[in-house]
Design a protein around this ligand. Structure first.
Ligand SMILES: [Zn+2]
Length: 325
């Protein structure tokens, strides 16, 4: 029964997340979609808390000790494994954070003042914190934003040499879009949650959506501030061509999104002025929907615990069961 409780708790998270992913198809507005994707990534914490909390509650109690050996073993192993994987995900996230900051600080130098001035002006127009622009000596396309406390835009020397002034401005605007949206922190958190619950396909699906849509949202921000969709499309085309021709295709593409994703972004920029999907909704609505979804999941989990464990005289609902049966 204890094993069944653990598995059914995971199944409830899986079903709830799949339902939320289905609802996401109907939702418009990048901010709202991102909030919902984060809720899907956070939802398995409910199941983990229940598993570890349950373990703390049951170990040593008669109902747990008298369970069949397989049920006892799995009942202990399941929440402990989930906790171990979650801790591993968190540790990996911390290592990634420190390693990137360390490598970037050693391998890059501040950009020349003209480029920094362009970035400052774009940041002001986007209402973002002014990022530090740094260059790394690398003969491949590379553009990324990092820094939890001090936002930094990193460009490779290839980008500065191969892109013209307008293309470079479009790329900078896109990267500063990530600063304005605090994407580095959001994606870091999402990666930790994805790794912590890597056994759930819904976490991977929400993470992929989040990664893909942040690029589309920043393309829109860049076009909105520069008014030059063709410059961004042209920059992306150069990057894509170089990535396809180069020997280290994997490295270049992983930093700028998957190949098909870049092609899709170029088509999107060329076809029409980008627009957010659907009608914009308020963040309050998103927050309300997210909290309601999580509260519903907690309630379902509580019912699940009561139904499965109370008949065994185990769990917090056992006294109620004795009264009614
Ligand atoms: Zn980007």
């Amino acid at each position: 029964m204890h094993t069944l409780l653990g598995l059914s708790s995971l199944l409830l998270v899986l079903l709830g997340s799949a339902l939320a992913l289905g609802l996401l198809r109907r939702l418009g507005g990048w901010a709202l979609r991102r909030d919902m994707q984060l809720v899907i990534l956070v939802a398995p914490i409910v199941s983990l808390t229940l598993g570890l909390g349950g373990l703390h509650h049951f170990v040593g109690r008669a109902c747990f000790m008298s369970a069949p050996t397989w049920d006892y073993t799995l009942g202990v192993a399941l929440p402990l494994t989930m906790g171990g994987i979650a801790l591993g995900g968190l540790a990996l996230g911390m290592i990634r954070l420190v390693l990137l900051a360390w490598v970037m600080a050693r391998r890059s130098v501040p950009a020349e003042p003209q480029l920094q001035a362009v970035a400052d002006a774009l940041a002001e127009r986007l209402g973002a914190a002014r990022p530090q622009v740094r260059l790394c000596s690398y003969d491949r396309p590379l553009a990324l934003t990092y820094g939890l406390w001090r936002p930094t835009v990193l460009l490779s020397t290839w980008m500065v040499r191969q892109l013209d002034r307008r293309e470079l401005e479009a790329v900078l605007a896109h990267e500063i879009g990530h600063v304005a949206r605090r994407d580095y922190f959001v994606i870091w958190l999402a990666t930790v949650l994805r790794d912590a619950f890597c056994y759930l396909p819904t976490s991977w699906a929400a993470y992929r959506q989040l990664q893909h849509e942040k690029e589309l949202a920043c393309d829109e921000l860049a076009v909105g501030v520069t008014r030059r969709p063709l410059a961004l499309a042209s920059a992306l085309t150069k990057v894509w061509q170089q990535a396809l021709e180069g020997p280290r295709i994997g490295t270049a593409l992983s930093l700028l999104g998957a190949g098909e994703a870049i092609e899709g972004r170029i088509t999107r920029l060329l076809d029409a002025p980008p627009a957010s999907p659907g009608a914009p909704r308020t963040r309050l609505f998103a927050l309300g929907a997210g909290v309601a979804g999580l509260a519903g999941l907690v309630a379902l989990q509580a019912v699940n615990v009561a139904v499965l464990l109370a008949p065994m005289g185990c769990g917090p609902a056992a006294p109620l069961w004795r009264v009614f049966v």
